[in-house]
Design a protein around this ligand. Structure first.
Ligand SMILES: NC(=O)C1=CN([C@@H]2O[C@H](COP(=O)(O)OP(=O)(O)OC[C@H]3O[C@@H](n4cnc5c(N)ncnc54)[C@H](OP(=O)(O)O)[C@@H]3O)[C@@H](O)[C@H]2O)C=CC1
Ligand SMILES: C[C@H](O)[C@@H]1OC(=O)[C@H](O)[C@@H]1O
Length: 258
């Protein structure tokens, strides 16, 4: 589905980003992976892609810094000649109560999750516009990893859920701003996917069982559950007329009232 396409994944070293990167590589894509600190995980993901015959590199950088976005896009162009898809995925969720939320935690969560997505999408879009359209009239696809939390709240996520609503809104507005350039912008909204981001939260067996019980499909999500939906949105062949859309990938959790 993505043969020879160049796919950039922020936060692609582990968790959902890694699941998406491996899935895209299996579909024939060349991968550029951004991460912030865990060199071992980044090396492991790149090594796995290469061992399977794919091409990949990882570049360290904080998405909250606008320079990271231009550096990342430029590195991908240098490595592969162009870019086709950006998956804006890097994010943090340091669970904390509302009344005593430290300003630093609020600021960092906003800077990484929302501003980081903005900077990356802008840098990727500039490159896609400069590249121009292919024969089919497409010039690129941007997919942001929002969340079920864009639609519903969380007691210990008052700093986080607004960033995920913001990311969803960013995809809706960029879909309008970039449609004339042949760039599609969409969001995926994962439910609860077991990764490092919620390891502590889900280490409470009662909380984990409760969260799983909320899912009609009967289990929490795995990072690889996001690969198919992202590949679909990345593919011009499958999703060439899909833009400004949002796709819940939550095992049915959101619609489960009773
Ligand atoms: N897991 C879940 O249930 C859900 C997650 N999401 C969203 O999915 C995305 C990925 O989360 P998930 O895979 O669970 O989390 P993980 O903690 O497993 O992975 C986070 C990834 O993002 C990278 N990262 C973190 N901060 C930065 C930064 N400032 N700059 C660059 N890279 C950074 C990490 O790099 P490093 O390894 O170097 O630290 C890592 O690669 C997030 O946006 C999250 O909000 C949405 C809904 C549900
Ligand atoms: C970190 C949370 O467990 C996870 O992230 C989200 O966006 C959802 O709220 C999930 O539960």
């Amino acid at each position: 589905m993505l043969k020879d396409k160049v796919v950039l994944v922020t936060g692609g070293s582990k968790g959902i980003g890694r699941g998406v990167a491996l899935g895209a590589a299996r579909q024939g894509a060349n991968l550029a992976i951004n991460y912030i600190g865990d060199d071992d995980s980044a090396i492991q993901t790149v090594t796995e892609i290469k061992a399977a015959g794919g091409k990949a590199f990882a570049l360290k950088g904080d998405v909250a810094n606008p320079a990271t976005a231009s550096d990342f896009v430029q590195a991908a162009v240098e490595a592969f000649g162009r870019i086709d898809t950006l998956v804006s995925n890097a994010g943090i969720c340091p669970f904390h109560g509302f009344l005593d939320m430290p300003h630093e935690v609020l600021l960092q969560t906003t800077q990484v999750n929302l501003l980081g997505a903005y900077y990356m999408c802008q840098a990727a879009a500039k490159q896609m516009v400069n590249q121009g359209r292919n024969k089919q009239g497409h010039s690129g696809s941007i997919i942001a990893v929002s969340s079920i939390s864009a639609l519903v709240g969380g007691e210990y996520q008052t700093h986080y859920t607004p960033t995920k609503a913001g990311v969803l809104s960013l995809m809706q507005s960029t879909a309008i701003a970039l449609g004339k350039h042949g760039i599609r912008c969409n969001a995926v909204l994962p439910g609860t996917i077991e990764t490092d981001i919620n390891k502590d939260d889900l280490s409470d067996p009662a909380k984990r069982a409760y969260m799983a019980s909320r899912v009609p499909l009967g289990r929490l999500g795995k990072p690889e559950d996001l690969a198919g939906p992202v590949i679909f949105l990345a593919s011009d062949e499958l999703a060439g007329y899909v833009t400004g859309a949002s796709l819940l990938v939550d095992g049915g959790m959101f619609v489960n009232l009773q």
